[in-house]
Ligand binder design. Structure first.
Ligand SMILES: Nc1ncnc2c1ncn2[C@@H]1O[C@H](COP(=O)(O)OP(=O)(O)OP(=O)(O)O)[C@@H](O)[C@H]1O
Length: 221
């Protein structure tokens, strides 16, 4: 199955008290399909985080559409959207967002844990691929920064989502760990996934096949 995400003419403004609204997205279009590895670049405040949150349906756009694998997110109720997002989109952040009191393997299969379902074996296989087999029972606080990001990536891959939205995924990593994470993201796209990555990191930009620059909520040259 091919995967796709399409953002059509998306606009989003933030209204601050007694101030003129900030237009974070201004009729922005973006189209990505299986195999695409896209880096989104741009100065602080240009709307990159707003784009990522909107792309995953965590934030509603004021106008325009976000269509993932043919599904217009605005047509879903909030619970349907949460379910759809869990199946189709995974986030990887600069700060990892691991749950501190769960061990590594439970962090990886967190989405299934509450349901009492999921496969420990599948989680173990992914951890092994990232060189974390020996760390499965450790808490995040017992891991290095690079290992924590590999756990976050394992969680994204375990989820089965074919779209990864990554926000500065290498921001805290040394070159060896950055390389591991970027290679894994590239492999993910080569296996039919889509990666949209916000980054200021030249190492990460070099990995992306497509680079898009943003300025004031729009694409710039
Ligand atoms: N909740 C909010 N309320 C008001 N204004 C906001 C809110 N979130 C973001 N903004 C404003 O919208 C604009 C775009 O913000 P956004 O976080 O998307 O930019 P960014 O490119 O991700 O920035 P950075 O690189 O610094 O993270 C900025 O001017 C920001 O101040």
């Amino acid at each position: 199955m091919t995967n796709s995400i399409e953002i059509k003419q998306a606009s989003k403004a933030y209204q601050r008290k007694n101030q003129t609204p900030v237009q974070a997205l201004d009729k922005l279009d973006l189209k990505a399909e299986s195999g695409d590895f896209i880096a989104v670049l741009g100065p602080s405040g240009c709307g990159k985080s707003t784009l990522m949150l909107s792309a995953g349906g965590l934030l509603e756009v004021d106008s325009g559409q976000v269509v993932i694998n043919g599904q217009d997110l605005s047509q879903l109720s909030s619970s349907q959207k949460a379910e759809f997002r869990a199946k189709n989109v995974a986030y990887v952040y600069q700060e990892f967002h691991l749950i501190p009191y769960l061990n590594v393997i439970d962090n990886v299969r967190i989405a299934d844990l509450a349901l009492g379902s999921g496969s420990e074996q599948k989680a173990e296989e992914i951890l092994k691929k990232f060189g974390l087999a020996e760390r499965a029972q450790h808490l995040p606080s017992e891991l290095s920064v690079g290992e924590q990001q590999r756990v976050a990536l394992s969680r994204a891959i375990y989820s089965g989502a074919k779209i990864i939205l990554a926000d500065e995924p290498t921001g805290n990593l040394d070159s060896e760990n950055a390389e591991t994470v970027l290679k894994a993201l590239k492999d993910f796209t080569e296996e039919g996934g889509i990666v949209i990555m916000v980054t200021h990191d030249d190492r990460a930009v070099a990995y992306a096949a497509k680079k898009l620059s943003m300025s004031a909520g729009q694409w710039s040259a």
